[in-house]
Write a protein that binds this ligand. Structure first.
Ligand SMILES: Cc1cc2nc3c(=O)[nH]c(=O)nc-3n(C[C@H](O)[C@H](O)[C@H](O)COP(=O)(O)OP(=O)(O)OC[C@H]3O[C@@H](n4cnc5c(N)ncnc54)[C@H](O)[C@@H]3O)c2cc1C
Length: 300
């Protein structure tokens, strides 16, 4: 299949891109890495009349850490490739979960074109990076011609392939707070084949207090609901734990209230089961990494 005819624009200034989105609204689509959009256009699942290529926009390819009043933030612009993030020393140091989750996306050639922000904006409920952003308490930076706003990842994903973006808005970047103190994170998933979208995946971030107990926990799932979701019942159940044996019991709550989208790769019940198993695994690995930073995998 070939796409329906469309106009192609490759502006160099953000304002030009925003003008095009304001002018064409729902008829326009942003083109980032093209790894999902081009396939959908070829299959005529979407037929925008205008494609706004953001790859030539100045300043959106930056990746770095900024500090303000003692807290640091990792920032990734809208055209930072998934592979760049995965291989970045700054991401590995300051948000290793993003690198670990990103390495599970597709295959290296897809990640070399696909952008981190494109995956977030696409909001596939099975995708790894939106769940990682949720677990990291990330922020989504949004611009339109009229305004700019910052949306917590918790509020950004609204349904399958749906976000709180308006048609005249684009995402210009994401931000992740850099963890201070003792912390550990992990991303685990089950796929049918290497490089496929996961049937289900779990991301966990744990912060430990001075007494070695879990002081903060954020756990997010992909492939387990209509959108990437946090499992707050599990988060509250693990706070105070000082031993990984507590995690299996806490993770038993991970399937509660979930409404997975069933497919030939996994029924809703199977995905709820995976949510429990993978959450326990992610928590154990995150805890092991927080207590002993050299720990990298969960052997159990
Ligand atoms: C063979 C193959 C295997 C894959 N496997 C996986 C996988 O295992 N896991 C996974 O998560 N993904 C997978 N993907 C999808 C891949 O990760 C894409 O890169 C990602 O979904 C979209 O990123 P992109 O930069 O290519 O966005 P594009 O394809 O350019 O855009 C995707 C959508 O997001 C919108 N968009 C993009 N950027 C912005 C922005 N800045 N502001 C507003 N809207 C924007 C576009 O308009 C479009 O609707 C796979 C893709 C392929 C081709």
């Amino acid at each position: 299949m070939k796409p329906a005819p469309f106009e192609y624009a490759a502006p160099r200034e953000l304002d030009e891109a925003l003008d095009l989105l304001a002018e064409h609204g729902d008829d326009a689509r942003v083109l980032a890495g093209g790894q999902s959009l081009v396939r959908m256009m070829n299959a005529r699942q979407v037929s925008p009349s205008v494609v706004v290529d953001i790859n030539r926009l100045r300043g959106l390819d930056s990746l770095g850490v900024t500090s303000d009043n003692g807290s640091s933030t990792l920032r990734l612009g809208a055209t930072v490739r998934q592979r760049t993030s995965e291989l970045s020393g700054e991401v590995a140091r300051h948000a290793p979960l993003l690198a670990e989750a990103g390495a599970h996306v597709a295959h290296a050639p897809v990640r070399a074109r696909g952008t981190v922000v494109g995956s977030v904006a696409f909001a596939d409920p099975s995708a790894e990076l939106p769940a990682a952003l949720l677990a990291l308490d990330g922020l989504v930076k949004v611009r339109s011609r009229a305004a700019e706003r910052t949306v917590a990842a918790d509020d950004f994903f609204t349904g399958p392939f749906r976000t709180s973006l308006a048609p005249d808005e684009m995402v210009v970047g994401i931000e992740v707070p850099v963890a201070a103190g003792r912390s550990g994170s992990a991303f685990v998933e089950l796929t049918r084949r290497h490089g496929d979208l996961p049937v289900c995946g779990a991301a966990a971030v744990l912060g430990l207090g001075d007494d070695g107990r879990v002081a903060q926990a954020r756990v997010a799932l992909c492939g387990a609901d209509q959108r990437p979701v946090r499992v707050t019942a599990v988060e509250s159940a693990v706070v105070g734990a000082d031993d990984p044996s507590a995690f299996t019991e806490a993770a038993a709550r991970a399937g509660d209230g979930l409404e997975p989208i069933p497919s030939c790769h996994g029924s809703a019940d199977f995905r709820r089961h995976l949510a429990r198993v993978l959450t326990a695994r992610a928590l154990r690995t995150a805890f092991a990494r927080a207590t002993s930073p050299k720990e990298t995998t969960d052997a159990r």
